[in-house]
Design a protein around this ligand. Structure first.
Ligand SMILES: *[C@@H]1O[C@H](CO)[C@@H](O)[C@H](O)[C@H]1NC(C)=O
Ligand SMILES: *[C@@H]1O[C@H](CO)[C@@H](O)[C@H](O)[C@H]1NC(C)=O
Length: 294
């Protein structure tokens, strides 16, 4: 019994330590990609504020592309009336057959809860939305949103609690995103045609600017130099020999027991939509839904 407990502890410790690479300054890892005048920096550049007004949204992107690893950022979402706005934090590769892992934070009227929509694109195809509400008010303080990615799974985490796992089911003939390097992005924009209560609630521009704040930027991932050919990207970020990457360790090939329980809790108490159970939209259950344990 003690042995088992110790083993579980060791596994969680491995995952935890791995996530503590230490945060970097925004400028070390990212750069604004559009609407430079919609950025403001506090605290010697530790905190980045990105705003949406009736002229423009804004966005930033990582300077490098990555294959596998863990990417985290702390976000404080738009306070007060955020209806119609969407703030996104995501990883994406480029091109028509791109892969993408998305967190999209859908704003709401003052006092009504934000929704978190996640999605996974594989080879250019998305339509894998899940939606959850949060167990805290994401506008009152900074919370950590992370994407953890290896050859076996993509895990979406909120304050280190897994809220979604997309598993590798290639052995069932289902493609898994593992050979395209991805950039890390965030943006804020007006999406009042769909975001809040299905598009019924519009952005109230008298409440602009809408500001999302960021700090604690962490990327512990395999950076892929731009000149590496697509075919060599996997080789570049493979373990073996003296190149050993922590995300290939067996201990992080799937959730540990504690994390599995956390995911069950999130799904039972906070999930409000899962494409896997939307039979009106998908009369034939999407293939990966038949095999995913969750
Ligand atoms: C906004 O609040 C309403 C009412 O509480 C809720 O039904 C909805 O899911 C919330 N989120 C969005 C994005 O509409
Ligand atoms: C944007 O909003 C401001 C403040 O509400 C208003 O004065 C201005 O006319 C608006 N501009 C546009 C282009 O809608």
């Amino acid at each position: 019994m003690a042995k088992l407990a110790a083993a579980i502890l060791a596994v969680s410790a491995a995952f935890f330590i791995a996530g503590c690479a230490g945060s970097s300054k925004f400028d070390d890892l990212f750069k604004p990609s559009w609407a430079f005048d919609h950025f403001a920096y506090d605290n010697q550049g530790e905190v980045v504020n990105m705003k949406l007004d009736n002229f423009s949204g804004a966005g930033f992107a990582s300077k490098s592309k990555y294959l596998f690893g863990k990417v985290s950022v702390q976000i404080k979402l738009v306070g007060g009336d955020s209806a119609g706005t969407v703030t996104a934090f995501y990883m994406s590769s480029e091109g028509q057959f791109h892969n993408e892992f998305d967190f999209e934070f859908l704003g709401n009227k003052t006092g009504e809860p934000y929704l978190v929509q996640t999605n996974v694109y594989v080879n250019g195809v998305g339509n894998r939305e899940q939606r959850l509400n949060l167990w805290f008010d994401p506008t009152k303080g900074f919370h950590t949103y992370s994407l953890f990615w290896n050859r076996r799974q993509v895990v979406f985490l909120v304050d280190e609690t897994p809220v979604r796992v997309h598993s590798n089911l290639e052995h069932k003939g289902i493609p898994f995103p593992k050979d395209q390097a991805m950039g890390v992005y965030s943006s804020i924009w007006n999406a009042d045609d769909w975001a809040t209560q299905g598009g019924l609630v519009k952005t109230d521009w008298s409440h602009a600017p809408f500001v999302a704040s960021y700090q604690g930027f962490e990327i512990d991932a395999c950076a892929v130099p731009g000149e590496v050919a697509a075919a060599d990207v996997q080789k570049q970020c493979s373990s073996g020999g003296d190149k050993r990457y922590w995300w290939d360790e067996p201990t992080v090939s799937e959730l540990n027991v504690h994390q599995s329980h956390q995911l069950v809790w999130v799904r039972a108490n906070h999930m409000v939509y899962d494409y896997c159970s939307d039979t009106a939209r998908f009369p034939a259950t999407p293939a990966e839904c038949l095999h995913h344990r969750h």
